[in-house]
Design a protein around this ligand. Structure first.
Ligand code: HEC
Ligand code: HEC
Ligand code: HEC
Ligand code: HEC
Length: 452
């Protein structure tokens, strides 16, 4: 992922415990946690309590320095997370100068104790559900994998299955739809936790996401098995795109009924935040303001811009039909006096149609042809996507890069020229207020013509 650069952090793993046989002897909410000294399968497990990342850190568990030969699991997950993953720093950033200022502007007290921030910047443990006391170490294992008290002991025993762990409280991150939804709880927001324009104006970065681009940047601590199936990531990409639009419709439906509407974070940021030019040079005026009153900021449809072409690959008529619904949605949402019920109804209609696309994407084969078709389709739509604004262009760039990577890995071949062309494309997003759709389209064409 080009958007931002990951700092090469090198933190020391400090906690070493025995593998999976922690003695949990405290009360976790209503649930009694039975001590299980030395036993791999406790007589009774508490389900739904959090044990903290230290429980996974031992060298023989997930804290190995090198992937363990012959093991299905890398066993280096903790090492990767603590040394390279930005999630480990999520709590620390709440004490940096930007967070301190943000908290002051918002009047929420200290950021590192404010629930408004902790819900996304740490392992958010509901009251009383800590199996034992542990320090806040940012977005740790259980933030994604679910509370471990139920499966921590038994999950290392021979013959134990993933399904058994899931039944005992593990979150099913293997299911790509569920996985994406989990990421989006923080990277898009939900009814309970959100980054709105008030927070953005106070200093929070805008939330942008793409499952494949962000998984690659995380960095992944799991095997992708691309040797067996190089196009597995294409299915993940497609599902990630569709789930992202679906969740963004849910967020819109919540916000349009909320206390603040228009909620500016649902609108195209650079409809307001662009730099002004001479009238002769204005691409906005040249393009016109179809479907809205000139000067009204449009709904941010960046997630739909690329997902539309993904949907079309599985369901062409469905995508065309959904275009109509999304146009209606954009029109209704950008009225100064919006009919909230109407917006919610249209969003629900769109949601059902995306559900169908997700079902199809789940059962369709992912192969070289699909990767190439999607890459061509997304790149080919640059003219149509570009006027939708900087965020739509950025989604397109991330999508193209993920598809190119999958296709190259699957035998399409890599080219230095393509890589250089992608670098130039991502530079266009470094100064978003001066985004120009004409430059964006030209660069996408350059990438297309450089493809091996
Ligand atoms: C809905 C979830 C959510 C909430 C609530 C939230 N954040 Fe964030 N925050 C994120 C995500 C996700 C990122 C990373 C964004 C990215 O890089 O794409 C982030 C990034 C940041 C960054 C930039 C970090 C860096 O490394 O530069 C700061 C600072 C920050 N948040 C502070 C806060 C503060 C302070 C609050 C509370 C007032 C808060 N956040 C609430 C999800 C959230
Ligand atoms: C930001 C979310 C996130 C965090 C934090 C996280 N993981 Fe993961 N993890 C994933 C995803 C996504 C996968 C891939 C899907 C899968 O295999 O479950 C994965 C896969 C794994 C796997 C491989 C499972 C398998 O059957 O192949 C292990 C083991 C694992 N994680 C352990 C950990 C440990 C230990 C930590 C903490 C040190 C951790 N994870 C932190 C998201 C996360
Ligand atoms: C519990 C909330 C939460 C969940 C769940 C979550 N993240 Fe994050 N993520 C964050 C926060 C907060 C940050 C910002 C951390 C920082 O900047 O220090 C972040 C940062 C990142 C970054 C670094 C972004 C950058 O600008 O470099 C990537 C990549 C990322 N997350 C990917 C994922 C993926 C993929 C998933 C799902 C498998 C996921 N995250 C799930 C909260 C979350
Ligand atoms: C309807 C117009 C509108 C939209 C849409 C909008 N903003 Fe704003 N934004 C404003 C206004 C007005 C302010 C307050 C400016 C001031 O106080 O001087 C502001 C303030 C800000 C600030 C702080 C100003 C600064 O100079 O640091 C940031 C950052 C920001 N917005 C980012 C965004 C992002 C990102 C989006 C999209 C997710 C967005 N805005 C969408 C109108 C808008």
């Amino acid at each position: 992922m080009h958007r931002r650069h990951l700092p090469a952090a090198a933190l020391a793993a400090s906690v070493v415990l025995f593998c999976g046989v922690l003695s949990l002897s405290l009360r976790a909410g209503e649930l009694v946690v039975q001590p299980s000294p030395g036993s791999a399968a406790p007589a009774m497990q508490a389900v739904g309590a959090f044990t903290g990342p230290g429980s996974c850190a031992a060298a023989a568990c997930h804290g190995a320095v090198r992937p363990v030969a012959g093991s299905r699991i890398l066993q280096t997950e903790y090492t990767t997370w603590i040394a390279q993953d930005r999630h480990v720093r999520a709590f620390e950033v709440l004490s940096n100068p930007v967070s301190v200022r943000m908290a002051k502007i918002l009047g929420v007290g200290r950021a590192d104790t404010a629930p408004k921030c902790l819900v996304c910047h740490s392992l958010d443990v509901p009251g009383g559900r800590q199996a034992h006391t542990f320090a806040n170490e940012g977005v740790s294992c259980e933030a994604c994998h679910g509370p471990a008290s139920g499966w921590l002991g038994p999950h290392t025993t021979r013959g134990w299955t993933h399904a058994q762990s899931v039944a005992l409280g593990m979150y099913d991150t293997k299911d790509i739809v569920k996985r994406t939804e989990r990421c989006l709880t923080c990277h898009l927001g939900t009814a309970e936790k959100s980054v709105d324009h008030e927070m953005i104006a106070a200093g929070h970065p805008d939330l942008v996401f793409d499952l494949e681009a962000f998984s690659a940047a995380m960095p992944r601590h799991w095997r992708e098995n691309t040797d067996q199936d190089p196009f597995r990531s294409v299915r993940a990409f497609s599902l990630g795109q569709l789930v992202h639009v679906r969740s963004s419709l849910d967020r819109l439906a919540v916000r349009v009924k909320g206390p603040v509407w228009p909620e500016y974070a649902e609108l195209d940021c650079f409809a307001c935040h662009h730099s002004l030019t001479r009238a002769d040079d204005s691409w906005r005026q040249a393009q016109g303001y179809t479907g809205r009153r000139p000067g009204n900021p449009p709904l941010n449809l960046s997630r739909w811009a690329t997902a539309r072409h993904v949907l079309a690959a599985f369901d062409e008529p469905g995508a065309a039909e959904l275009d109509g619904v999304m146009t209606k949605l954009a029109l209704e949402a950008s009225r100064l006096r919006t009919d909230a019920d109407q917006v919610v109804a249209i969003a629900a209609q769109a949601r059902t149609m995306i559900d169908r696309g997700i079902a199809r994407a789940l059962s369709a084969p992912a192969d070289a042809a699909l990767a190439r078709r999607l890459l061509r389709a997304v790149a080919g739509a640059a003219e149509e996507i570009a006027p939708r604004g900087e965020r739509a262009a950025e989604q397109t760039a991330m999508a193209m890069e993920s598809l190119y990577a999958a296709w190259a890995r699957g035998g399409g071949g890599e080219s230095a020229a393509t890589k250089a062309a992608f670098n130039e494309l991502f530079q266009q997003f470094e100064n978003p207020s001066s985004y120009d759709p004409r430059r964006f389209v030209a660069q996408v064409r350059k990438i297309e013509s450089s493809l091996p």
